[in-house]
Write a protein that binds this ligand. Structure first.
Ligand code: ADP
Ligand code: MG
Length: 278
């Protein structure tokens, strides 16, 4: 049976994003817990566009590696809300701040789930465009990781559709997205998600954003120069050769040399750390 908005009781705020608020809610009849993302009717039109885009993508996706949507509400007041499964351990960002950096076997487990999610999305012609620790949700149950926040994602209509619009969190954007002309405007966009995944895993291993020193304040111009003109960041001494190679496959500056999600799923780093349960 469909869930009525009026049967949802707000328990607490889980997070704030650009214009929307995510609540932990309880369904009064079944007592089940969900997450509800609410964007108010008076919100900025850009924010409203983003939530409609997210609704459209969540409606189309059905994968254990992508946050599940249980309902969509549009109120007469103009408020829009998305009812999602509740992920009880928050995001990879909050886990990093709470528990510190992740070991290689944990990162392999995390990477393999994100890659299965990306492989599903890319197979359905969807580019996420905002992969980063705070958009990856975690369930404590066996460290399940799912991709969330499709506010700036893109559904490719034609296979050659260029994908160079300036959206997402700039720090995690790939070189070709800053400077599409340098690549002949000729890239397809999927590889940008792989770059962001590489930076995300590196950050979870190092404990800080790879292009900045610990505690260094981001200066936008310097950061963009480093991404476009510097060498890609790499692992420090002490990391295994397999992990080093995996990160290199993600952080190729030349997007055509970057591995795809399905290629990365066969990488030795994941095979070496594969657990019997995944
Ligand atoms: P925004 O577009 O505003 O960034 P997100 O979808 O990333 O929206 O959600 C914002 C924050 O809310 C997340 O970083 C996370 O802390 C929390 N959150 C979002 N969805 C869920 C969920 N399904 N379960 C638990 N927490 C969530
Ligand atoms: Mg977000």
């Amino acid at each position: 049976a469909a869930i009525a908005y009026s049967d949802l009781e707000k328990l607490q705020v889980l997070g704030h994003g650009n214009g929307g608020t995510v609540y932990k809610v309880q369904h009064r009849c079944t007592l089940k817990i969900y997450a509800l993302k609410v964007v108010h009717g008076d919100a900025d039109p850009t924010v409203r566009r983003q939530v409609f885009r997210e609704m459209e993508i969540l409606r189309r996706t059905d994968s254990p590696f992508i946050v599940q949507c249980f309902g969509i509400f549009e109120k007469p007041s103009g408020d829009i809300a998305i009812l999602m499964e509740y992920m009880d351990s928050g995001t990879l960002d909050t886990l990093l701040n709470k528990n510190g950096t992740f070991s290689e076997p944990k990162l392999a487990h995390i990477a393999s789930q994100i890659l299965k999610g990306l492989s599903y999305l890319h197979g359905h012609k969807i580019i996420h465009r905002d992969i980063k620790p705070s958009n990856l949700l975690v369930n404590n149950n066996n460290m399940q990781v799912k991709i969330a926040d499709f506010g700036v994602s893109k559904i490719m209509c034609r296979s050659l559709d260029a994908c160079n619009s300036y959206v997402g969190t700039c720090a995690y954007m790939s070189p070709e997205r800053f400077d599409p002309d340098a690549y002949g405007g000729n890239y397809n966009g999927y590889a940008g998600d792989i770059w962001s995944l590489g930076l995300t895993l590196l950050e979870l291993y190092l404990g800080h954003f790879p292009f900045l020193q610990p505690g260094q304040r981001p200066d936008w111009a310097t950061l963009m120069c480093a991404i476009c003109f510097g060498d890609p960041p790499s692992l420090p001494d002490g990391a295994s050769p397999e992990f080093r190679s995996f990160i290199e496959c993600c952080l190729q500056k030349e997007f055509s040399k970057r591995w795809t999600a399905s290629q990365l799923l066969t990488h030795p780093f994941l095979c070496k750390n594969r657990r019997s349960d995944c």
